[in-house]
Design a protein around this ligand. Structure first.
Ligand SMILES: [Zn+2]
Length: 406
């Protein structure tokens, strides 16, 4: 019975191969009849469909995020996926030309180049138009498509797509990364051109709008730090009315907290900071204490010196608040009781502010790792299907290479 089934499968496989061979024989020749062209088009469509199936799992963001968190949990070191040296060099040369012509741009933008034996066509830079729901890659795809269609013989050509942030993997419509991968396949099948995608920063699914770690506030970080394993964390979290994070998020935070070089710079200590606003609110509705508010403002301004110019640990930074408050000399006449109250409030606000900033720093660091991991894994996933015609990787700049520690 099994034999019969195997034979059947074999027969089907052979038939498929025959059709495939037939298609190939009739499609490329100069005597291609319209009928053949239809055949080829249908076959391309089927190919694209099965290929879509392969990358479709990436269109399901929720499942992909879960998969990535698991990956992040076991991840050792993150290495960027770099482009081949020669491709990287070409990107740098093009970028040099674009920058000379249009100036250096820091925000998200894309440009592209079609390189053929006899000519080079550069187009861009394009910027996203978020109010119209357009990402910069949308313009690149449209323009490239039009150019390839209008050019007679593109065979053997190359398409270079630069995008500052790696193409997004989640969006309310088809994600740019998936669009580009599909287009690269189409451009290869129809025009025999290879596509190269180079980026500077890993955007992951949705860059800094990624919200996988949004619930990691200081109390969570602290609880994860204080507990040994997931089980004891869940217990501790429940005891303190914290909503426990899932195990993979726990592991990601734990791993980050254990990493040796974790130190943060408390970058912006603006007066608009939530905690310091709270400090102002002590005097709210008491206009007669205008002088106290001025005194308080002076104190906050003086606290700017607490800004570190080097990386500091959380503990080092936390300690600075009370010391500063204790040593601070008030300039105006103020009762001891009032001084004491302001010193105490300053300490509380300082602690709260530093903790908030620290948690934000942890969230940003996790998101950065997560986004990098996402792009890495995506490229690894698609590369086996696409290596014939597509290369995706981070552009390495010469100044970076010299900064690599020896
Ligand atoms: Zn996009």
């Amino acid at each position: 019975m099994c034999k019969k089934k195997c034979l059947k499968t074999l027969a089907r496989y052979e038939a498929d191969t025959r059709t495939d061979r037939h298609d190939r024989q009739t499609s490329c020749g100069p005597f291609c009849t319209p009928e053949d062209c239809v055949n080829v088009a249908t076959k391309n469509l089927t190919d694209t469909k099965s290929f879509l199936g392969d990358i479709l799992s990436w269109a399901d963001t929720q499942t992909s995020v879960k998969k990535l968190l698991l990956h992040l949990k076991f991840k050792q070191a993150t290495d960027h996926v770099l482009l081949d040296k020669s491709i990287n060099k070409t990107f740098l040369e093009f970028q040099h030309n674009i920058t000379e012509e249009c100036g250096a741009v820091d925000k998200q933008h894309s440009w592209a180049v079609i390189e053929k034996q006899e000519e080079i066509i550069m187009y861009g830079p394009f910027y996203p138009k978020y109010n119209k729901g357009k990402h910069s890659e949308d313009f690149i795809i449209k323009q490239t498509q039009e150019l390839l269609e209008s050019e007679a013989a593109s065979e053997g050509g190359k398409v270079y797509v630069f995008t500052k942030n790696s193409p997004c993997l989640a969006r309310n419509t088809d994600a740019c990364m998936l669009n580009l991968v599909q287009k690269a396949k189409e451009w290869w099948t129809v025009y025999r051109v290879k596509t190269h995608i180079g980026y500077v920063k890993c955007w992951g699914f949705k860059g800094n709008k990624e919200n996988v770690f949004r619930d990691i506030h200081f109390s969570q970080v602290d609880c994860i730090d204080q507990t040994e394993d997931y089980e004891s964390y869940v217990k501790a979290a429940e005891e303190t009315d914290l909503n426990p994070a899932c195990e993979n998020v726990f592991s990601a935070v734990k791993r980050l907290l254990r990493s040796a070089d974790l130190a943060f710079i408390n970058t912006v200590q603006d007066q608009g900071c939530k905690s310091f606003k709270r400090m102002h609110s002590i005097f709210d509705g008491k206009p007669e204490e205008e002088k106290d508010i001025q005194e308080l403002n002076r104190m906050i301004k003086a606290a700017q010196v607490l800004l570190p110019d080097k990386k500091e640990s959380l503990e080092e930074h936390l300690r600075k608040g009370p010391t500063f408050a204790f040593e601070y000399a008030f300039s105006s006449q103020m009762s001891d009781a009032k001084q004491g109250q302001i010193r105490l409030t300053f300490q509380q606000c300082w602690t709260e502010m530093v903790q908030d900033k620290y948690a934000k720093f942890i969230r940003e660091k996790l998101t950065e790792d997560f986004n990098q991991c996402t792009v890495q894994l995506f490229i690894k996933d698609v590369v086996s299907f696409t290596k014939e015609y597509l290369q995706i990787g981070r552009i390495q700049f010469p100044e970076e290479a010299s900064q690599v520690p020896q």
